[in-house]
Design a protein around this ligand. Structure first.
Ligand code: GLC
Length: 565
């Protein structure tokens, strides 16, 4: 081969490779980030966000009407908890049709209008895909239970009992009792990790896998930008149905504690995630995972060995800290950073007591709510907010068993009171039912809605809402906060949590007083490459200030500053 031909061939090869590389990375912006890395996500529990038809339950038209609010707040994507047809046994987490909208929430046309309005306002839509189980009212399950020979029999997990009246093994439903339910028609048991009305799909059946992958394609075509994958840890079970080891003690539902090694986090989960990811990549979509990992190695696995599984496995380890502890937060952040993927921070959701109550000390809860917002929204990674968190919404827990709506609260009362408290209606204004609905809402709003609501807080520059808005503005506009590295500062300080976010020679310093007494913190930034600098405040609480690189903070004070050379 002549030198010239060789050269031409090489150039062609390089060119075609770079065209391929461009196609692969089309979604990366000039700074090298994908859209979801810049995005602030916001979880909406659709029953409780905004009720356009005043029937006491929220709906899609309600969400659409609030798009301008979400845009102004600084939200880039909303994750809507399941809004598909459902008997609502687990409030939508029991899906009877994966490709439709429950009439309670509206129609597919309402969904399309919501997507369109979202596009106008720069708010993407993420749906909640309940992959582990369907509803027992899904046509697949109705067919499955009809006879042993039914075409959908093997879409769920059916087994004979161990002996008459005995389930196949000792697996426990996380919602209470055995995870097996006997069906008198075919005299076999079916498996349900959650409620009996939520039979587990059999992901070992290729037909199930195909139907579920096709469902994601169907929604991508409709304009969805990704999915939050529900309960991925429990997709697979040991086919031999080996008993789980029994541990000492009982859980909140009164069942024996067991080590769920045979029905949780099985390696097969990762094969499915890779397939879901492949389809997601065709649409530049994001996959967020409900991943209850107990250590960093487990979290790492969910990203996939070649960034080929979940882009955003949720790091819940952070939510287990539950107190203002700089050393513990530092440890968690360092660990998550070491996982190598893009971190995802969450402080509250529809299954957890609201962050306002979990971190609050009962006296300074508003200040602490601002502090927590200023904290996790300035870390390196994507953030997922929970509706109302920006207002300092508190839990409104049921006081009597007869008021409980959540199934786990009904079966577990009084040890487990359920999750109603964190799912109450969004607090829009001071009107009846906090402006959520003209009719009594499905869950009651707490009396504190009178002061903690969007209308009132929008007028108060010192409200929790105003702090969230300010932080979200700098988070979107300051490249160091989006793209910068994270460096822990003053790591021995037990009270002030501080860190530097730096990018291309620019940096932002964040100092947060996590204690109830005033604090001063001195920063030596010279060894971080920032000698003789001044701190220019970007967002701060009223009494926080800097003299040179010494920062003074009132109790629970916030100081976020640009480091200027
Ligand atoms: C997930 C959801 C939770 C639901 C459960 C069963 O954990 O977050 O709300 O009850 O799955 O679908």
């Amino acid at each position: 081969m002549s030198q010239r031909i060789f050269l031409t061939l090489s150039i062609q090869l390089i060119l075609s490779f770079s065209i391929f590389a461009t196609a692969q990375t089309k979604s990366v912006d000039a700074e090298g980030l994908k859209w979801w890395q810049r995005a602030v996500f916001y979880e909406i529990y659709p029953r409780s966000f905004a009720d356009s038809n005043n029937d006491g339950v929220g709906d899609l038209k309600g969400i659409t009407s609030k798009m301008p609010y979400l845009h102004d707040l600084g939200v880039d994507a909303i994750w809507i908890s399941p809004c598909f047809p459902s008997p609502q046994v687990d409030f939508g987490y029991d899906v009877s049709d994966y490709e439709n909208i429950d009439p309670m929430y509206g129609t597919l046309a309402d969904f399309d209008s919501m997507v369109a309005e979202g596009k106008k306002q720069g708010v993407r839509i993420i749906l909640d895909f309940v992959v582990n189980h369907s509803s027992d009212q899904h046509p697949w399950f109705i067919n499955s239970k009809s006879s042993k020979a039914a075409p959908h029999r093997d879409w769920f997990i059916w087994r004979d009992g161990k002996a008459p009246g005995q389930p196949p093994n000792n697996w426990i439903s996380t919602f209470g009792g055995s995870a097996w339910k006997f069906d008198p028609v075919t005299k076999q048991y079916y498996y349900h990790y959650f409620y009996a009305e939520q039979p587990d799909l059999n992901w070992r059946n290729p037909a199930v896998e195909k139907a579920m992958l096709d469902t994601t394609r169907w929604w991508y075509k409709r304009g969805v930008s990704g999915f939050r994958l529900d309960a991925v840890d429990t997709l697979f079970e040991d086919p031999k149905l080996t008993d789980n080891p029994v541990l000492p003690g009982i859980n909140k539902q009164g069942d024996p504690n067991t080590d769920e090694i045979h029905n949780k986090k099985l390696p097969e989960v990762h094969d499915v995630l890779k397939k879901l990811r492949k389809v997601a990549d065709e649409s530049d979509a994001v996959l967020i995972g409900e991943t209850w990992t107990s250590n960093i190695d487990e979290l790492k696995e969910y990203y996939g060995s070649h960034d080929n599984e979940l882009q955003m496995p949720m790091d819940f380890m952070f939510t287990t800290v539950d107190k203002l502890s700089p050393p513990e937060f530092r440890r968690q952040i360092a660990q998550v950073d070491s996982a190598g993927g893009w971190p995802v921070f969450v402080i509250s959701n529809h299954d957890k007591v609201r962050s306002y109550n979990r971190y609050g000390d009962g006296k300074n809860n508003d200040a602490i709510a601002k502090l927590m917002g200023a904290f996790y929204l300035t870390l390196r990674g994507s953030a997922i907010m929970y509706y109302g968190e920006e207002l300092g919404m508190e839990n409104n827990d049921p006081k009597r068993k007869e008021d409980v709506k959540d199934p786990i609260g009904r079966t577990g009362w009084p040890n487990e009171i359920g999750r109603d408290g964190e799912r109450t209606p969004m607090q829009w204004n001071t009107e009846t039912n906090a402006g959520f609905s003209k009719k009594n809402p499905w869950l009651p709003v707490p009396p504190s809605y009178k002061t903690r609501n969007v209308a009132t807080e929008s007028k108060d520059p010192n409200s929790v809402l105003s702090m969230y808005k300010k932080v979200l503005v700098i988070r979107h506009t300051n490249e160091a906060l989006v793209n910068g590295s994270y460096t822990a500062l003053n790591e021995d300080d037990a009270n002030v949590m501080s860190y530097l976010r730096s990018y291309k020679g620019k940096a932002v310093l964040v100092a947060l007083n996590m204690s109830a007494s005033p604090q001063t913190a001195n920063f030596n930034l010279a060894d971080k490459g920032f000698a003789s600098v001044t701190l220019k405040s970007l967002v701060a609480t009223p009494q926080a200030s800097a003299k040179g690189t010494e920062v003074s903070l009132e109790p629970f004070g916030i100081f976020i500053a640009e480091v200027s050379k």
